[in-house]
Design a protein around this ligand. Structure first.
Ligand code: DGJ
Length: 726
């Protein structure tokens, strides 16, 4: 049983295969955190509360309640009663006071996992997971709060979220509803986050945790290129294979905060949830607010184990698409081939050539609608530009199908161009603050998706396009962040709800799209990888990783992304050289090998490739068919990181039954007088014999002594090394 309540000790234990999370009820009222870490076999852990150390719990010592609250490990800390660390929850009463004191009332343990209304979340039946609901109440406000915990035993994961109900008689205003809090003694923790920029998303950064607060956040209305809704605390010795890791990842696609705080008593508090800046939520009597969920993973076998737990959880219990466990069509996207300058003839030429080489789908990117010839116009006018695509969309799709390819399309449903029919008709549909100029970005405004009528109207336009032809794939883009947050629909005291309501509007549209068109493969995208998060993965089995398609730049981007997300979710394409983003020239083979660790496709004008390059495409296509099942479903191990060593990069994927593996090795920079290198493999069966390049090796030898990788002449050389059990 994943969840146990020890009635005598008033202790809840949440057990996964290898971990335990403990909560205690103190003083008949407070929920305090006891423990999170390696699995415990015993429920007798109440002593961890330090109940016998001053300042003691308030019933024993009424005078020092405030000292107690400021040092006790709180399960869900609140503003206003004396815990001066950052709180997870803040509510304002109608009288303007900010305080609450949640008293534990009762609990419920249920099999499976209830849905979180309107929100993406992990899912599972009774055989997969168990849920604990802790019911709390603030008497003064008449407010009820449910703390939800779901335990996925097999994946070593615990998810948390919070439901707040106004059970009182007057309105209350939620000013902060974070989804999780974890208080622990410090163990010289270091903090790991993913940082970046456009074209440089999700680079790994690690730094010591000092006194005070360090946070990772977004106020952009989406998760963003720069910071990522992920944080891990690790003990100093942690690497891929050893060390303790406490990781959190937010299943949400809007503003977020992840924070670690180290205080005067050397305890640390880790928090994650919707960023309180720009957030308030009015709850009328009987109304309910649900906070998005956070996934927590603990690993005592380093970052590698954490990664594999996330990958398994997301592949088994987050992504819903029927494409998840299927080989996806190899696609060719015309963006880098043509940008906005294409017509039906150019697209057909690409399709014909691509089909000959084994590519399976043509994706028509930005520029097919309204009168869009560049990025200045037409977002919102979701009808085909028949001057560009003579004969219309259906004809084009049918002609592409005749070449043996299927067809996919690009859309950007959340946006509206000032130069569009839609804006002429509905200028009030753009997010805006009366009296202020709307801030443009890429010459576009953001639609007010907090309004159902806007969501419905835009969805209908997109759905009509999807119904008008045999479209099998959609790339859903989002090319600017949110500003001038104002809506004509909502009264003054609800304008603070807009950031979150916007995200809920996006989720509504994606929910409808995936329900109405279950056969469409959806790929999310946001100016590259600005919205690569678990919220989006709930709807789409893959997300475009970055606009930087340079193979070497992709090493760090894909390493950071794969730290959390299954490699099958990473949109990765082969593009031309010199690379359009950074001008680097890399071997065609290496571009293919690096894109293989992802969804795999092409982003170039295939009609302009040399005969030699076309032959290389055929080999890459064969490799995709040979290895994609393994890459998509296997366990990922990182062997070396170019971001760390400055010279080479290596990773491997091992089949779940350990019968097959594939090693990737990239020599980024060549060195003079270099010898071969021994790369120690991981994840194999130590007792199993394997064959590499016709030679036989024992698994334990491959893992302890390694394989020899020779130095090559030239930079950016790469190899795929298949490993087969014999
Ligand atoms: C940003 C995306 O990341 C690109 O792949 C491309 O689709 C452009 N938008 C089109 O505007």
């Amino acid at each position: 049983m994943g969840i146990i309540f020890d009635e005598t000790n008033k202790v809840f234990l949440l057990n996964t295969k290898n971990t335990t999370y403990g909560i205690a009820v103190t003083d008949g009222m407070y929920l305090n955190h006891l423990y999170y870490g390696r699995k415990l076999e015993d429920t007798n852990i109440r002593y961890l509360l330090r109940e016998n150390e001053p300042p003691f719990i308030p019933s024993v010592n009424q005078r020092e309640k405030n000292s107690f609250l400021d040092m006790a490990p709180m399960e869900y800390p609140e503003t206003g009663m004396g815990d001066y660390r950052e709180s997870a929850f803040c509510v304002r009463s109608e009288g303007g006071h900010r305080a609450s004191e949640l008293a534990y009332q009762s609990y419920q343990i249920v099999g499976g996992k209830p849905e979180l209304e309107g929100l993406p979340a992990t899912w599972g039946g009774e055989e997969d997971c168990t849920t604990l609901k802790l019911f709390c109440r603030d008497e003064t406000l008449g407010m009820e709060v449910q703390l939800l915990y779901t335990v996925f035993e097999e994946e070593d994961a615990i998810t948390r979220s919070v439901i707040v109900k106004n059970a009182g008689n007057s309105s209350i205003y939620l000013e902060k509803v974070l989804s999780t809090c974890l208080d622990m003694d410090d163990r010289n923790f270091e903090v790991i986050g993913l940082f970046g920029s456009w074209g440089r998303e999700r680079h790994i950064q690690r730094m010591p945790v000092g006194y005070g607060r360090q946070n990772i956040a977004s106020f952009k209305g989406e998760s963003g290129h720069q910071e990522h809704p992920f944080m891990a605390l690790v003990t100093p010795e942690t690497n891929q294979d050893i060390g303790e890791v406490y990781a959190m990842n937010f299943v949400y696609s809007g503003n977020f905060i992840a924070q670690v705080e180290k205080n005067q008593f050397d305890s640390v508090r880790m928090l994650m949830g919707i960023h309180p800046e720009g957030f308030t939520w009015k709850l009328e009597p009987e109304e309910v607010f649900t906070a998005p969920e956070v996934v927590m993973i603990y690993s005592d076998e380093g970052l590698g184990k954490m990664t594999r737990s996330f990958h398994d959880l997301y592949r088994n219990h987050l992504i819903r698409s029927s494409y998840l466990h299927k080989k996806r069509p190899i696609l060719i996207n015309n963006w880098e081939a043509t940008y906005f300058k294409f017509d039906e003839k150019k697209l057909l030429d690409i399709a014909e050539e691509a089909s000959k080489l084994g590519i399976e789908m043509l994706v028509m990117d930005d520029g097919w609608f309204g009168h869009r010839e560049n990025d200045d116009s037409s977002l919102g006018d979701w009808f085909v530009n028949e001057e560009k695509l003579k004969g219309g969309l259906n004809k084009l799709v049918e002609d592409v199908k005749k070449t043996g390819m299927s067809f996919g399309i690009w859309v950007e449903p959340e946006m509206i161009s000032p130069d569009s029919e839609l804006y002429k008709k509905h200028p009030d549909w753009a997010l805006q603050i009366p009296g202020r100029e709307i801030t443009q970005s890429r010459a576009q405004y953001v639609l007010d998706l907090s309004r159902d009528e806007v969501v419905d109207a835009v969805y209908e336009m997109i759905a009509n396009v999807l119904k008008s032809a045999d479209i099998r794939y959609v790339k859903w883009d989002m090319n600017r962040q949110l500003t001038t947050i104002g809506s004509f629909q909502w009264p003054a005291d609800r304008q603070g709800e807009l950031y979150h309501r916007y995200v809920l509007g996006v989720y509504k549209m994606q929910e409808r799209l995936t329900k109405d068109f279950p056969y469409i493969l959806l790929e999310n995208c946001s100016s590259g990888g600005a919205r690569f998060d678990p919220g989006m993965l709930f709807y789409s089995p893959q997300i475009w990783c970055s606009d930087d398609t340079d193979a070497i730049e992709r090493l760090a981007i894909q390493e950071g992304t794969a730290l959390i997300y299954p490699v099958s979710t990473m949109g990765a394409h082969v593009s031309v050289c010199p690379n359009h983003i950074i001008g680097r020239v890399t071997p065609f083979e290496t571009r293919g090998n690096i894109a293989l660790l992802g969804t795999f496709g092409y982003e170039l004008d295939i009609t302009k490739l040399t005969e030699e390059e076309k032959e290389a495409v055929k080999v890459q296509v064969q490799n995709y068919h040979k290895y994609n099942d393994l890459i998509r479903e296997g366990d990922y191990y990182r062997l070396a990181s170019y971001a760390e060593n400055g010279c080479y990069d290596s990773w491997m994927i091992v089949d779940k039954n350990k019968k097959r593996a594939l090693v990737f090795y990239v020599q980024v920079l060549a060195r003079a007088n270099a010898k071969s290198k021994y790369m120690r493999l991981k994840g194999l069966d130590p007792k199993q014999y394997y064959q590499i390049d016709g030679k036989r090796y024992l698994g334990s030898t491959l893992m302890n002594a390694g394989i020899s990788v020779s130095a090559e002449m030239g930079d950016f050389r790469s190899k795929l090394i298949p490993v087969e059990a014999i």
